[in-house]
Design a protein around this ligand. Structure first.
Ligand SMILES: *[C@@H]1O[C@H](CO)[C@@H](O)[C@H](O)[C@H]1NC(C)=O
Ligand SMILES: *[C@@H]1O[C@H](CO)[C@@H](O)[C@H](O)[C@H]1NC(C)=O
Ligand SMILES: *[C@@H]1O[C@H](CO)[C@@H](O)[C@H](O)[C@H]1NC(C)=O
Ligand SMILES: *[C@@H]1O[C@H](CO)[C@@H](O)[C@H](O)[C@H]1NC(C)=O
Ligand SMILES: *[C@@H]1O[C@H](CO)[C@@H](O)[C@H](O)[C@H]1NC(C)=O
Ligand SMILES: *[C@@H]1O[C@H](CO)[C@@H](O)[C@H](O)[C@H]1NC(C)=O
Length: 404
C-alpha cells in the first residue's frame, strides 16, 4: 500500500516538475503581428503596394529560416546555454586631466540572478530581440588612485541597480551572422554606488567621477554586453527552431511513412499495391518566393512559391494480386522534383500546387515484364505527385495563422 502511495507521489512530482521545466524553458515568443499572413490585417489602412512589399519581406525572411532548418527539424535539439555567475573584467587605467584611477583584479557578479530573460522573434525586420534584466549586479576588485597631492589604494565595490540588456540579432542566418559583439549601449541601468576601502569618497552620481564613469559605462558594459550576446546564442537558436517548426513542410530528410497507392494493371483483372514507401532527400530543398500579389478589396494576398527538391531516393514494396501473388521490392532515384505553389494567405484553402517529378529511375528486385514495370513506375510517380500536391496545400493551410 505504502509503495503505491509512494509511486503516485513520485508521479505527481514528475508531472509538476515537467510543467515547471516547461514554463522555465519557454521564455521566447513570436511577434505574430509581424508574420507575413498577419501583416495585411495589421496594415489595412495601407495601400496594396505597401502591403505587398511588407508581406514579401516578411515571407522572404521566413523562407530563409525555413530553408535553414528544412529536413533537419527532427535532428537532436540544440542545447540551452547557461550563464556563469561571475566574469573577470580586464585591468583598466582610467585618467582625466587631474587624476588616474586604476582598476585591477576586477570581476562582475550576478549574471544568474536575472529577473527577466525574454527572446522575441520578429519576422520583419528579420530580428530577434533579446532582453535581460537584473535587480542588482556588483563589480569588485582593487584600485589605485593617483593625483598631484594624493595616493590611495584598496578595494572597491560597485553596486549597479536595475541593469538591463537589450539587443537584437538577425533572425535568418542566426548561425552564420551571429555577432560576437554588440554596442555597449545595449546595457543600461538605473543607479550606481561605488565605495572604496581607502580614503576615496563614495561615488553616488556617475557624473561626479569621469574615471568611474569611463570604467563602468565603457569598459565594464562593453565586456558584459559581449558576454551576454555570446551566452544567449544557444537559447536564441532553440527559440528560432521552436518558432519555425510549424512552418516547415519537410521536417525530416527521410519520410519513412510515405503513403502507398494501388490500382489495376492495364489488362484490367490484376490489382497491384505499392506500400512501405520510404523517400529520402527532402533536406535537399530550395524554397523561393516568386511574388506576392495583393488585392485587399477582394481579400486576396497571393503568394507564389517555388520549391525544388534535388536528388531523392528510396524504396517501396509492391504486390501483384495474381492467382499466385507476386511480392517484391523496388529502389528508386529521382533527380529533381519541381513544385510551384500559389495560395491566398488570407484564405489558404485557395491553394494550387503543381508538381513535376523529373528523371525517375526505378529498379525492381523481381523480374517483371516491361509493361508491368512501366505501370508500377507510373503509379509510383503519380502517387508522389498527388501526395505532394495535397500535402503541401494542406500543410500551408494548417500553418497559416488566421490573425486577429
Ligand atoms: C506553468 O504552465 C502551466 C501550464 O501551461 C500553467 O498552468 C502555470 O500557471 C504555469 N506556472 C507558472 C509558475 O508560470
Ligand atoms: C537558457 O534557457 C534556459 C531554460 O529556459 C535557462 O535556464 C537559462 O538561464 C537560459 N540561459 C541564458 C544564457 O539565457
Ligand atoms: C518572459 O518573456 C516575456 C516576453 O516574451 C516577458 O514579458 C517576461 O517578463 C519574461 N519572463 C521572465 C521570467 O523572464
Ligand atoms: C586629489 O584627490 C583627492 C581625493 O579625491 C582630493 O581630495 C584632492 O583635492 C585632489 N587634489 C587635487 C590637486 O585635485
Ligand atoms: C527521420 O529520418 C530518419 C532517417 O534520416 C528516420 O530514421 C526517422 O524515422 C525519421 N523520423 C520521422 C519521425 O519521420
Ligand atoms: C513553375 O513555373 C515556371 C514559370 O512560372 C514554369 O516554367 C515551370 O514549368 C513551372 N513548374 C511546374 C512544376 O509547374
Amino acid at each position: 500500500m505504502q509503495r503505491v502511495y509512494c509511486m503516485v507521489f513520485v508521479l505527481i512530482m514528475c508531472i509538476s516538475f515537467a510543467f515547471a521545466a516547461d514554463n522555465l524553458s519557454k521564455n521566447w515568443s513570436s511577434d505574430d503581428d509581424t508574420l507575413p499572413e498577419v501583416l495585411p490585417k495589421k496594415m489595412r489602412d495601407k495601400s496594396d503596394d505597401e502591403i505587398q512589399k511588407a508581406v514579401f519581406q516578411a515571407y522572404e525572411n521566413q523562407l530563409k529560416v525555413i530553408s535553414e532548418y528544412n529536413g533537419h527539424m527532427l535532428d537532436p535539439e540544440s542545447p540551452y546555454g547557461f550563464f556563469k555567475d561571475e566574469m573577470p573584467i580586464s585591468n583598466a587605467r582610467t585618467s582625466n586631466p587631474q587624476s588616474d584611477l586604476i582598476f585591477y583584479n576586477n570581476a562582475i557578479r550576478g549574471f544568474i540572478g536575472h529577473n527577466k530573460n525574454s527572446i522575441i522573434i520578429k519576422w520583419v525586420p528579420n530580428q530577434v530581440v533579446t532582453e535581460l534584466g537584473w535587480k542588482e549586479m556588483s563589480v569588485r576588485g582593487r584600485y589605485t588612485f593617483i593625483n598631484s597631492t594624493y595616493f590611495d589604494q584598496g578595494k572597491y565595490h560597485v553596486q549597479l541597480q536595475d541593469l538591463k540588456y537589450l539587443a537584437s540579432t538577425t533572425l535568418s542566418e542566426n548561425t552564420e551572422s551571429y555577432p560576437s559583439t554588440v554596442p555597449k549601449s545595449s546595457i543600461s541601468y538605473k543607479s550606481v554606488k561605488v565605495s572604496f576601502t581607502g580614503g576615496l569618497p563614495e561615488v553616488l552620481k556617475i557624473s561626479d567621477s569621469s574615471n568611474v564613469k569611463h570604467f563602468i559605462e565603457d569598459i565594464v558594459f562593453q565586456q558584459v554586453a559581449d558576454r551576454v550576446v555570446r551566452d544567449t546564442h544557444n537559447n536564441i537558436t532553440v527559440a528560432i527552431r521552436q518558432v519555425i517548426k510549424p512552418y516547415i513542410i519537410f521536417k525530416n530528410d527521410t519520410d519513412p511513412n510515405f503513403p502507398g497507392t494501388n490500382g489495376k494493371l492495364p489488362s484490367g483483372s490484376v490489382g497491384y499495391t505499392i506500400s512501405n514507401t520510404v523517400i529520402s532527400g527532402f533536406a535537399n530543398a530550395e524554397h523561393k518566393l516568386k511574388k506576392i500579389t495583393t488585392k485587399m478589396a477582394t481579400n486576396i494576398v497571393t503568394a507564389d512559391l517555388r520549391i525544388t527538391i534535388h536528388s531523392l531516393d528510396g524504396k517501396f514494396d509492391f504486390k501483384l494480386e495474381e492467382s499466385k501473388p507476386t511480392i517484391g521490392k523496388a529502389t528508386f532515384a529521382v533527380s529533381r522534383i519541381d513544385v510551384n505553389v500559389s495560395f491566398n494567405m488570407l484564405k489558404p484553402v485557395e491553394c494550387k500546387a503543381e508538381v513535376v517529378v523529373n528523371q525517375p529511375n526505378v529498379k525492381y528486385g523481381t523480374k517483371l515484364s516491361a509493361d508491368i514495370e512501366k505501370t508500377l513506375t507510373n503509379a509510383f510517380i503519380d502517387n508522389v505527385k498527388i501526395q505532394l500536391n495535397t500535402n503541401i496545400c494542406k500543410a500551408l493551410g494548417q500553418m497559416i495563422k488566421p490573425g486577429k
